[in-house]
Design a protein around this ligand. Sequence first.
Ligand SMILES: [Zn+2]
Length: 66
Amino acid sequence: MPRYYVNRNAQANGDHEVHKEGCDWMPSSKIDLRIFSNCESAVAAAENYYSTADGCEHCCKACHNS
Ligand SMILES: [Zn+2]
């Protein structure tokens, strides 16, 4: 199962994007969310840090809202 991370820095729209291990768009400043079986669980964990957490459109497309 992959490891997920959430960006410590918000996007222009205020979202904190969640990335899966190996994503080309992985930020350097990030929080390790640990390992999850799916992006839904990873985004839910990221929401404990940032209420505006959202899946990366490249590596977590199923969990990408905006
Ligand atoms: Zn990503």
